[in-house]
Design a protein around this ligand. Structure first.
Ligand code: FES
Length: 64
C-alpha cells in the first residue's frame, strides 16, 4: 500500500487508501458512513478516519 498525494491512506489502522474508499463506495452504492463501514470495514478500529470518509462520500455522491 503506497501513501501518495493522489491516493493518501485514509484509515491508518486498516491501511485503506482513498481510492479503495472511493471504489468501495461506488461498488456498494454507499450513501452514509455506516454503509461504508459495513461495506469495506473501514473505521472499525479507532474511528479517526470517519470525518475523511464523510468528505469522500460527499465528493463521490456529489459527482453523480
Ligand atoms: S484510522 Fe480508521 S479506524 Fe483508525
Amino acid at each position: 500500500m503506497t501513501d501518495t498525494p493522489d491516493n493518501p491512506i485514509i484509515c491508518a489502522c486498516l491501511e485503506i487508501s482513498k481510492n479503495d474508499v472511493i471504489q468501495g463506495i461506488k461498488e456498494n452504492d454507499c450513501k452514509t458512513i455506516e454503509d461504508v463501514v459495513d461495506a469495506i470495514g473501514i473505521g472499525a478500529v479507532c474511528g479517526a478516519c470517519l470525518d475523511d470518509i464523510q468528505e469522500i462520500l460527499d465528493e463521490v455522491n456529489g459527482e453523480d
